[in-house]
Design a protein around this ligand. Structure first.
Ligand code: PEP
Ligand code: MN
Length: 442
C-alpha cells in the first residue's frame, strides 16, 4: 500500500513563510531528502510505548526546553545546562509521582515559531516578524527578516549537533542518578526557598542509601532515555525528513521522536492535521481555552482512528484562571468516548502578559496555579494528570517573575535573552519540580 505523504499540499497551511524563491526551497528540500535520519523509527516506537504507559496512568511526562532554540545556542554548555535542569527536575518528579518519568526535550529541532502578527513594529519601523532561526534572522533589519530556505538545512545540522550532545551526555555517565541528586542537594542548600524542599531531598537521600546498602545498582542509575520533540510547523521541512521505515514499511518523521501541532495550526481541515495523520510518530496537539469537546473528538478521529494508546497526547494550555472551568468537560467527553489519549499540561502559554517595561513575561505563581488546577481537574474526574510541558533554560536568565530566588519586574531587563517566549530559569524550574512534587503529597 502506498501512503500519500503529500496530501496536505492541497489544503490550507497556516503560518508558513513566504519564501522569496521557490526554486531555492526546492533545492534545499532535495538535499534534506538525501540526509540521514536524526532519529530511528524504533526509537519513536519506544517513546510511543512510554506514552502508552502515561495514557494508562503508569508514567509521567516531563517535556521542556526553549520556546525557540537558536543556532547560536547549540553549544556544549547550553545543551548540557538545559539537560542538567531537566534531569534534576525528573528525579524529584520520579520520587514524588512513584512512576517512571518520560523525559522529552523541546530540543534538537525547535526552530520555527507561529506568530500572532505577521510584522513587528519598533520605534515606528515595521518589519516582517521573526519566525525562528529555521526561517529568518532575529536581528531587526530588513535583510535579516527575509525568509531564507537555506536555514532549513542549518536547522537540520544544528539539530544533529544538539542530539549528538544529548546522546553523549545521557549515555556517557553525566546523567548518573546520584550525581544529579547531589546537584539537587546543592540547589536545596543554596536556594532561599530550600528549607521547604529539605524534607523531600532528605527522603531521596535515604532511598538512594537504602538501595546502595541492598547492592542495587541498575543500569538505569547511570544513563537515561531522553527523547527529542518540536512543533512541526514548517511542513516542507518535516515532509523532507519523513522516511519509510524499512522494517515496518510505515512513514516516520525522522527529524524528532515526537512532533506536535500548535494551537494556531490545529484546524481540522488544515494541512498540519492532514500531514500528521500520515506519519506514525507519537504526536501531540496543543489545546487552548476555546477548544470544544467536539473539536477534540474530531482530532482523535483524524489523528488516532485506531485508538492506539501512546499515539496521541493532548497538551492543554488554558491559562491559570481558566483551567478549572474549561478542562473538565474536555477531559470528561474525550474519556467518555473511550479515546486513549495522554493529557499533559502546558502551564506557560496561557499565562503570558506584558510587564510595564514592555517585556513579555509569566509569573511562576500562575504557572504553579495552572499545574495545580490540572491535577485537581484530573483527580476529580478519576483521570491521569500525565505530565507537564515547560519552557525553560539552564541559565540564570530573568524572563519570568517569581521564584525562590525572586525575580521582580524591574529585574527583567537584566538578562532577558529569549528569542521568543519567556522561559523559567534554572532555579525557577527546580522550584516548579519541587512544588509539583508537593501536589502529590496533598
Ligand atoms: C509554543 O509551544 O511555543 C507555542 C507557540 O504554543 P501554542 O501553540 O500552544 O501557542
Ligand atoms: Mn512558546
Amino acid at each position: 500500500m502506498s501512503i500519500n505523504l503529500d496530501s496536505w499540499r492541497q489544503l490550507p497551511a497556516a503560518q508558513q513563510p513566504e519564501w522569496p524563491d521557490r526554486g531555492e526551497l526546492d533545492k534545499v528540500v532535495n538535499q534534506l531528502g538525501g540526509l540521514p535520519p536524526l532519529v530511528f523509527a524504533g526509537e519513536c516506537d519506544n517513546l510511543k510505548a512510554d506514552l502508552a504507559a502515561v495514557t494508562r496512568g503508569e508514567a509521567f511526562v516531563l517535556q521542556g526546553g526553549d520556546c525557540a532554540e537558536t543556532f547560536a545556542g547549540a553549544t556544549a554548555d547550553d545543551v548540557r545546562d538545559k539537560l542538567k535542569t531537566l534531569l534534576q527536575m525528573a528525579i524529584v518528579l520520579t520520587y514524588a509521582a512513584k512512576v517512571p518519568v518520560v523525559k522529552i526535550g523541546r530540543m534538537a529541532g525547535q526552530f520555527a515559531k507561529p506568530r500572532s502578527k505577521n510584522t513587528e513594529v519598533r520605534d515606528g519601523v515595521e518589519l516582517p516578524a521573526y519566525r525562528g532561526d529555521m526561517i529568518n534572522g532575529f536581528d531587526f533589519t530588513p535583510e535579516s527578516r527575509i525568509p531564507d530556505p537555506w536555514r532549513l538545512l542549518q536547522a537540520y545540522h544544528s539539530s544533529a549537533v544538539t542530539l549528538n550532545l544529548v546522546r553523549a551526555f545521557t549515555k556517557g555517565g553525566y546523567a548518573d542518578l546520584r550525581q544529579v541528586h547531589a546537584w539537587n542537594r546543592d540547589f536545596v542548600s543554596e536556594s532561599p526557598a530550600g528549607k521547604r524542599y529539605e524534607q523531600l531531598a532528605r527522603e531521596i537521600d535515604q532511598a538512594l542509601a537504602f538501595m546502595r546498602a541492598c547492592g542495587v545498582e541498575p543500569e538505569e542509575f547511570h544513563s537515561v532515555e531522553f527523547y527529542s520533540s518540536h512543533e512541526a510547523l514548517i511542513l516542507d521541512y518535516d515532509r523532507a525528513l519523513t522516511r519509510i521505515d524499512s522494517l515496518s514499511g510505515l512513514p516516520y518523521d525522522v527529524s524528532a521522536h515526537m512532533v506536535w501541532i500548535g494551537e494556531r495550526t490545529r484546524q481540522l481541515d488544515g494541512a498540519h492535521v492532514e500531514f500528521f495523520s500520515r506519519i506514525r510518530n507519537p504526536i501531540g496537539v496543543k489545546l487552548g481555552p476555546t477548544t470544544t469537546a467536539e473539536e477534540a473528538l474530531a482530532l482523535v478521529e483524524q489523528l488516532n482512528p485506531d485508538n492506539e494508546a501512546g499515539r496521541l497526547t493532548f497538551i492543554t494550555r488554558m491559562g491559570a484562571p481558566k483551567i478549572r472551568e474549561h478542562l473538565p468537560s474536555l477531559v470528561e467527553k474525550v474519556t467518555a468516548n473511550g479515546a486513549q489519549v495522554a493529557w499533559i499540561c502546558d502551564p506557560m502559554h496561557g499565562n503570558t502578559f506584558e510587564a510595564p517595561s514592555g517585556h513579555k513575561t509569566r509569573r511562576l505563581d500562575d504557572v504553579l496555579n495552572e499545574v495545580a488546577g490540572f491535577f485537581e481537574v484530573h483527580r476529580a474526574l478519576g483521570t491521569h494528570p500525565g505530565g507537564i510541558h515547560i519552557e525553560l533554560t539552564g541559565d540564570d536568565v530573568t524572563e519570568c517573575v517569581g521564584g525562590g530566588t525572586e525575580i521582580v519586574e524591574d529585574d527583567l531587563a537584566r538578562r532577558y535573552e529569549t528569542a521568543c517566549d519567556p522561559r523559567l530559569n534554572r532555579s525557577q524550574s527546580l522550584d516548579l519540580a519541587f512544588r509539583v512534587a508537593e501536589l502529590y503529597r496533598s
